[in-house]
Design a protein around this ligand. Structure first.
Ligand code: GAR
Length: 321
């Protein structure tokens, strides 16, 4: 991949996490670049640093604006910068539901606690008061409910005997500066991560009735039907012959369909070594714009072509109407 993911970082204050994200992006092979730093406070010290780093900035005080109007203006700046992801770094604003929903799966936050513990404010004081052995930090996806989205990564930080909220906050920030750039890098490049892709395929394939996973020549394979009579309907293929892509192999109706697919959409489909001869098609998985709905449809179709009649009979009847 040559293209880097474009991220906008939203801050409200010091912006030390933003700085960590920026400096990590300057290391060769970092899969993202920071294309905008935006703040809801024009006096946020982080803006000065971003400007000195030559990064475009945007600032708009929220005072006097409705939440929606302020969010829309921030969002317009993010879109204008061509960002694909929004990364919140000490952005101390509750976001409107519409804004969050438009960025589902593309907005990340860092929160100074071991979520699901201590959502909201005063996280360090609350961890100390509770007698916890550790505080920490979490990177999570942003959903409309505050600090409740899927946790992507965490670091636990011990609470020492004389700990104060301030001293703990400082040490947690050191951990955050390590964690956030790595978590963002992993997230924006997961579309080409074989482990993540296999987990997606596995969940989807095993959600179909009476399926199981069985390795075949080093690839994860998925079978429909019970025991020995089960038949393969999908393989996860991680570049077995060097030149191929990370792919899902599924059954087409035969050579005519296979050749038509490969001819019409060479970016998406290819004829896999060995399996292609019996009408299996390779669907390229390692692409940022992969259509997971289409992958699901192929899995279902391929499953149906080998599944026992007793399972597919009702579907066949339904199709006739
Ligand atoms: C960070 O510790 C971050 O986890 C926290 O604010 C700090 C910002 O510091 N965020 C929240 O509390 C969000 N609920 P920074 O401006 O130096 O990056």
């Amino acid at each position: 991949m040559t293209d880097k993911a474009r991220i906008a970082v939203l801050i409200s204050g010091a912006g030390t996490n933003m700085a960590a994200l920026v400096y990590a992006s300057r290391i060769a092979d970092c899969p993202y670049e920071v294309v905008l730093v935006a703040a809801n406070d024009p006096a946020a010290p982080g803006l000065t640093l971003a400007e000195a780093e030559g990064i475009p900035t945007f600032a708009l005080p929220h005072k006097g604006l409705t939440r929606e109007a302020h969010d829309s203006a921030m969002e317009a700046a993010v879109l204008e910068a061509g960002a694909e992801y929004i990364v919140l770094a000490g952005y101390m604003r509750i976001l409107s539901e519409g804004f969050v929903e438009r960025w589902t799966g593309r907005m990340l936050n860092i929160h100074p606690s071991l979520l699901p513990k201590y959502k909201g404010l005063d996280t360090h004081a609350r961890a100390i008061a509770a007698g916890d052995s550790h505080g920490g930090t979490s990177v999570h996806l942003v959903t409309p409910e505050l600090d409740a989205g899927e946790v992507l990564a965490q670091i636990a930080v011990p609470i020492t005997p004389q700990e104060t909220a301030e001293s703990l906050a400082e040490r947690v920030k050191l951990a955050e500066h390590q964690l956030y750039p790595r978590a963002v890098a992993d997230y924006v490049s997961r579309w080409r991560n074989p482990g993540w892709l296999l987990a997606q395929i596995r969940t989807r394939a095993l959600a179909l009735p009476e399926t199981c996973e069985q390795e075949s020549f080093g690839s994860a394979g998925f079978r429909a039907g019970e025991g020995k009579s089960g038949k393969y309907f999908a393989y996860f293929s991680d570049r077995p012959h060097g030149h191929e892509r990370i792919a899902l192999l599924v059954k087409t109706s035969g050579m005519d369909e296979l050749h038509a697919l490969v001819e019409d959409q060479p970016e998406t489909y290819f004829k896999p070594a060995f399996y292609g001869a019996s009408g299996w098609v390779g669907i390229v998985l390692d692409r940022p714009d992969l259509d997971w709905g289409a992958v699901d449809a192929w899995l279902q179709r391929s499953w149906r072509s080998v599944a026992p009649k007793r399972l597919t009979r009702f579907m066949d009847i339904a199709d006739e109407f």
